[in-house]
Design a protein around this ligand. Structure first.
Ligand SMILES: *Cc1c(COP(=O)(O)O)cnc(C)c1O
Length: 509
């Protein structure tokens, strides 16, 4: 397994862990035992209120990623669709033809937005990860029939979404990480160097999640064609905004089925499609390629079992909500939201460039997400200061940077962010005992790492990662985490966190 677990996932986990702990402390009777008599509506609402107390207040918009929101007006009916179809099941298309029809229409609309012809075929899935899983499976099946190699190899950039490696791990498919160029795009030269007879699947991103870089898909597609292998373009985050930005005359490179050589794509309706969560689309150049993702078992006593994607039972809610979002918002609505979000992003980027010389935007991000780093201050401390001002901002690594991803909910909030960012940068620049403490802790960690064995060190670092200021200051912990990166210790630490996170109920029972 790869060591490159997202560092902010750890942040998220530690934070979630703490929040969970608090819940269990206050509500341990409520949540671990089934109530003998069911709670009524008011009681349930009270519990919701209590449970969500520590959740991020996303309607304030002081976060990036996580929630894509088109505003209450649009969302009202999207929510209604989710609720109305929540009991239905897309497992068997014969039982709920309504869902089949909606799914097909969502797939067709997505295909046409991404310049797919009538041959382009696809499915809806529960999210980007499942779409990617399916594309990897289809590629594996394809290479069995079309490649001579016994060990098909997937090539992907270091910054490609971990879902590809997750899928490859599950299917025991080999993969190799390709270097980045100075703009954080997949490096074409390094890609060429790694071509071999085993290579049957290349992955590109439009854009990548960490730095928002759109890969040079045209150049990659040419290579994929010459090498007679498949090319997946991961447009999970870009699929429902890049097409509309292009319609609005924003200068963007080609990235989709318009390019000969692109054989599959993923696009999340639950991101910039503003649908309810649990909705993504995976598309293939033709139906034959798509067949590779289907699963069939003919000798089961429950009947002949066929399943188009990973899930068995599939809720009708996400499908109906995705269909409703597309039809309710419409091209005009998406274009307007895309343009306004883009303009807000340009404003934020320009302000950073012009008024915050301490920060530097990584690469040349062209859409509505980007990352910034610093050569003069610790950006993790900037994140700490932003957290104290109420912002949730993701900490990234390789290099240390902070992640900014705007959607329609952020329109009009750019100035507030810039002002708070200025305050945070100023604080991070000041000499303080806290920073000194961070540094002392860090040098202690570096020293101890040399002295102790992995097990002792792991135990110690877990103790070290204690929190201050309500858990909002984390810079020292991030420093330690990057110290650990590349060793087995970090992997174990993350596994421990995950384990702990899902064990709490048992402990209290
Ligand atoms: C979000 C995202 C994914 C994964 O999608 P999930 O819906 O979180 O499973 C994959 N690739 C990119 C580029 C993404 O932004």
């Amino acid at each position: 397994m790869s060591n490159k677990f997202f560092i902010n996932e750890i942040y998220y986990l530690t934070k979630a862990d703490k929040v969970f702990g608090l819940f269990m402390y206050f509500y341990s009777n409520m949540s671990t035992l089934l109530p003998t008599t069911g709670l009524d509506r008011d009681e349930i609402h009270q519990q919701w209120e209590a449970y969500t107390h520590d959740d991020m207040n996303w309607k304030e918009g002081k976060f990036f990623g996580y929630v894509y929101y088109p505003g209450d007006d649009y969302y009202k009916i999207i929510k209604e669709a989710y609720a109305t179809f929540s009991a239905t099941n897309a497992l068997n298309p014969a039982v709920f033809p309504s869902l089949k029809k909606m799914e097909n229409e969502v797939v067709r609309i997505t295909a046409s937005l991404l310049h797919g012809d009538e041959q382009v075929s696809g499915c809806m899935t529960s999210g980007g990860t499942e779409s990617i899983y399916m594309a990897v499976r289809a590629a594996k099946e394809w290479s069995k029939k079309n490649k001579t190699t016994k060990n098909p190899l997937m090539l992907l950039a270091e910054t490609a979404h971990p879902a590809f490696c997750k899928a490859a791990d599950a299917m025991e498919l080999n993969y190799k990480l390709i270097k980045l160029n100075a703009d954080f795009q997949l490096d074409i030269e390094d890609l060429k160097k790694n071509l071999s007879t085993d290579v049957s699947f290349i992955v590109a991103s439009a854009p990548s999640y960490p730095q928002g870089a759109i890969d040079d898909i045209e150049a990659i597609a040419k290579i994929a064609k010459q090498h007679k292998c498949l090319l997946h373009v991961d447009a999970c985050v870009g699929g429902f905004i890049l097409p509309f930005l292009k319609m609005e005359e924003v200068d963007l490179p080609k990235f989709d089925f318009e390019i000969d050589g692109v054989t599959s794509m993923s696009a999340d309706v639950h991101k910039y499609g503003y649908a309810a969560k649990g909705a993504s689309v995976v598309l293939y150049k033709n139906a034959n390629l798509r067949k590779g993702q289907f699963y069939v078992k003919t000798n089961w006593s429950g009947g002949i079992y066929g399943s188009p994607s990973f899930m068995g039972t599939r809720g009708g809610g996400p499908i109906a909500a995705a269909w409703t979002a597309l039809h309710h918002i419409g091209e005009e609505g998406y274009k307007r939201m895309a343009r306004e979000t883009f303009e807000e992003t340009v404003f934020v980027k320009n302000k950073i460039k012009e008024e915050l010389p301490e920060l530097k935007i990584l690469g040349n991000p062209k859409a509505t997400l980007f990352a910034f780093s610093s050569d003069v201050i610790d950006v993790y401390e900037v994140a700490d200061e932003l957290a104290l001002l109420g912002w949730t901002i993701n900490r990234q690594q390789l290099p240390a940077s902070l992640h900014v991803l705007l959607n329609y909910i952020h329109v009009g909030k750019g100035e507030l962010f810039i002002n708070d960012l200025k305050t945070a940068v100023k604080k991070a620049k000041q000499f303080s005992l806290l920073h000194l403490k961070n540094n002392i802790q860090l040098s202690a960690v570096k020293g101890l790492k040399k002295l102790l064995n992995e097990q002792q060190f792991s135990t110690l670092t877990q103790k070290f990662s204690g929190t201050e200021d309500g858990g909002k200051r984390k810079a020292a912990m991030y420093g330690m985490m990057s110290e650990l990166s590349g060793s087995g210790t970090l992997n174990d630490l993350v596994l421990d966190y995950l384990d702990k996170l899902y064990q709490i109920d048992d402990k209290n029972a």
